[in-house]
Design a protein around this ligand. Structure first.
Ligand SMILES: [Mn+2]
Length: 370
């Protein structure tokens, strides 16, 4: 096996089990009746994916909790991707969106090897023009995600991380774990003389030692703590995001432990007073996507064995739907140059398309044709 093919030992192309995860309610096969399990296409990344012309989301699972266990966390995140697929299966299809499932990266011997394999898969997807969507999986996936986008685009992306934790732990002698992904990205940027752009949103003071905040300061990271997630604070949040990201492309990470344990019990480290998946969170997420600079998104740390009635998996699937709907309905800025939306890759605003009080129906505000 050549060095370039090493990642294949961690790659599991979509198979009968992948197909079986995508099963759900069937209301009919007409375009306007379909659900995600009827529209999803399985793609084997051992062959280069075709170029995507329509808005396309390409899922890749990170079926590993190796890094969570190495970080003294509770195991189970390896089952995250399959559970997310199962909960996304019955979501209603969104017009003109293409959904691809590229299978899974599975853990073998080391976290680093698993991250490298994810980077290979992500790079292929990014080169095809699709939006990468990593289904996790331990949060060590964030470095593989970052690395794949950096290689695929030729420049490192800014990292926007919704997380109770900073995940900037010093690298242990034993190698990376689920607490070190942004340390790795920071090191990578230093090695390549590139700016490290890191924004941590929804951070918990009590979820991080003083050392983590000191390291964040050294890394010139922007931090918005959990109290910043309120509608009347959105301007401040978006200013922090814009100042740190500059004009870079973006990888978005959503560690489900950013949410309160009442919403997200199924994670290795639940957060009692985390943020709510409410309008403030959704506007920040949509604002990022509307910038057209997001190349990859990920949901991390879903731990199905610790979940209650699939609550956390359903939240993950709902976030995936929110992302898909936004991607499919980003306003076409080139169509009319006369309004306030005439910059195609400009500042990131807290998106108001669905939450302001105009007189259109929610469907029409989001531009979805039924
Ligand atoms: Mn994390």
């Amino acid at each position: 096996m050549s060095a370039n093919d090493e990642w294949l030992s961690c790659y599991r192309a979509p198979d009968a089990n992948t197909r079986a995860s995508w099963s759900g309610r069937d209301d009919g096969a007409a375009v306007d009746e379909q659900r995600w399990h009827q529209a999803i296409r399985l793609i084997d990344l051992r062959e280069d994916p075709e170029h995507c012309f329509e808005p396309t989301i390409a899922f890749i699972g990170y079926a590993s909790d190796l890094g969570v266990r190495a970080n003294q966390g509770r195991a189970g995140a390896a089952e995250g991707p399959a559970r997310l697929r199962a909960r996304m299966a019955s979501l209603p299809m969104i017009n003109n969106l293409v959904l691809l499932d590229c299978g899974d990266i599975v853990a073998r011997d080391s976290v680093l090897e698993t991250q490298e394999a994810l980077a290979e898969a992500v790079e292929r997807i990014v080169r095809s023009g699709a939006l990468v969507f990593v289904l996790g999986g331990g949060h060590d996936q964030a470095f593989g995600h970052f690395l794949g986008v950096a290689r695929g685009r030729g420049t490192p992306p800014a990292c926007v991380n919704f997380d109770a934790h900073l995940d900037l732990r010093p690298m242990p002698a034993s190698g990376p774990n689920s607490g070190t992904p942004y340390t790795q990205a920071w090191d990578w940027c230093r090695l390549h003389s590139a700016p490290f752009r890191y924004v941590a949103l929804g951070v918990q003071r009590l979820g991080n030692t003083e050392l983590m905040f000191t390291r964040a300061q050294h890394a010139a990271a922007s931090i918005v703590d959990a109290d910043g997630f309120a509608l009347d604070m959105l301007d401040v949040v978006m200013e922090a995001v814009n100042d740190s990201i500059d004009d870079a492309e973006i990888c978005v990470s959503i560690d489900l432990d950013v949410f309160a344990a009442a919403f997200a019990p199924g994670v290795s480290a639940p957060t009692a007073m985390g943020i709510a998946p409410d309008a403030a969170f959704r506007r920040v997420l949509r604002g990022l996507l509307d910038s057209r600079r997001v190349r990859g998104v990920e949901i991390a740390e879903l731990c199905p064995p610790l979940d209650i009635d699939d609550r956390t998996a359903r939240l993950g699937a709902s976030i995936a739907y929110e992302i898909a709907l936004t991607i499919a309905t980003i306003p076409d800025d080139d169509a009319d140059g006369d309004d306030d939306n005439d910059e195609s890759e400009g500042d990131i605003d807290g998106d108001e398309r669905n939450d302001d009080g105009d007189d259109q129906s929610p469907e029409h505000r989001r531009g979805v044709d039924e």
